[in-house]
Ligand binder design. Structure first.
Ligand code: NAD
Length: 334
């Protein structure tokens, strides 16, 4: 299988390099082809997402992406939003799980499914004399396909409860549409699952005080972006949050964090989120046993006391990855 690799900016190349080392340790069935994105691509060819990169993404079985830095340029359009749109990656799956420490409120194991194609991310902002109006779009089609995706994911991955997170008490028409589609779909396609709903402000509070109450969340674009970072913070930091952008034809896997310029080039980034994004990619490509092997190994490396810098440990990106690769290679099952 052919994987498009987009290292990007900041810590992107560092953590993606670690993920590739781990993928190579579990399988020889992957072939990698690198593409340009972000500032390096802009300096080379004047585009933050060259057309050749999008063509490469389309031609590969999946893409592994690091992160990009947002420049201070008024005409900048996010390459991430562009590839999500061009490849119709309408579902953003963000599992967050505690590997190395528990919070005072207990461990986290939640999958956040975020609508990835509209909401506040249409980049449609209209200026006038008094300020700016941002267009926020919620369509029945997008609500239906994300809720169907979440139900399907729950049924295939052994999740029992889906909580719809919204703000339908204020955004009565738009979030109200999302909530009513959720209720309709759960009553038909999701009958085997438990349905709950919560206002986004209260869900944020509960993710911090009682994260164990959440099994799966389905939510709108901006809420999902914010809540997944909240959940990651509770689970240990952004270095623990992998993600997948998934559509009917294409998929892109990336750590949920950004390019972290404050630690870039220092070898201190936690590569766990990127490695786990690689595991998600393997599962999506029909290699669940290899994915599980990576996840189990990461958990056992942490449990045996190998902690990364963000957890107060002594492991940088490379030495943590070496522990994971060594542990994978010593397992007979591979
Ligand atoms: P960030 O996620 O890059 O970093 C937030 C904080 O978390 C920083 O203190 C950082 O050091 C820490 N952190 C992030 N990843 C880490 C890791 N793997 N290990 C240890 N610590 C980690 O968010 P930010 O600082 O708000 O944004 C930095 C840049 O990244 C901005 O230009 C932003 O626009 C961009 N960004 C890109 C993406 C993407 O490419 N998908 C996503 C979010 C932010």
């Amino acid at each position: 299988m052919k994987i498009c690799v987009l290292p990007g900016d900041g810590i992107g190349p560092e953590v993606v390099g670690c993920a590739i080392s781990v993928l190579k340790a579990v399988t020889d069935q992957l072939e990698f082809a690198e593409g340009g994105i972000g500032q390096a691509a802009y300096l080379e060819c004047g585009s933050y997402l060259p057309d050749e990169t999008v063509d490469l993404m389309r031609s590969c079985d999946s893409t592994l992406f690091g992160a990009v830095t947002t420049p201070d340029a008024p005409d900048y359009k996010s390459p991430v939003l562009r590839f999500r749109k061009e490849l119709d990656l309408y579902a953003n799956v963000r599992p967050v799980k505690t590997f190395a420490r528990t919070t005072p409120a207990g461990p986290v194991d939640v999958v956040i499914v975020r609508e990835n194609s509209e909401g506040m991310y249409t980049q449609n902002e209209v200026f006038d004399d008094s300020g700016v109006t941002t267009m926020r779009r919620v369509t029945r089609r997008a609500c239906e396909r994300i809720v169907t995706f979440a139900i399907d994911y729950a049924l295939k991955n052994g999740r029992g409860t889906i909580c719809c997170v919204h703000k339908a008490n204020v955004l009565r028409a738009s979030d109200g549409l999302f909530l009513s589609v959720f209720k309709e779909k759960m009553a038909s396609e999701g009958k085997a699952l438990r349905a709950e709903d919560q206002l986004v402000d209260s869900a944020g509070m509960h993710l911090v005080t009682d994260p164990g109450r959440f099994d799966m969340i389905v939510t709108l674009n901006l809420y999902g972006d914010v809540l997944s970072d909240v959940a990651a913070g509770v689970a240990g930091g952004l270095g623990f949050a992998p993600s997948g952008n998934i559509g009917d034809k294409h998929s892109v896997f990336e750590p949920a964090h950004g390019s972290a310029p404050d630690i870039a080039g220092k070898g201190r980034a936690n590569p766990t989120a990127a490695i786990l994004s690689g595991a998600m990619m393997l599962r999506h490509l029909g290699m669940p046993a290899h994915a599980q092997e990576i996840e189990r190994t990461i958990a056992s490396v942490y449990q045996s006391g190998h902690l990364t810098y963000d957890l107060g440990g002594r492991h940088g990106s490379e030495s943590f990855t070496e522990c994971v690769v060594r542990s994978l290679k010593s397992r007979e099952s591979l």
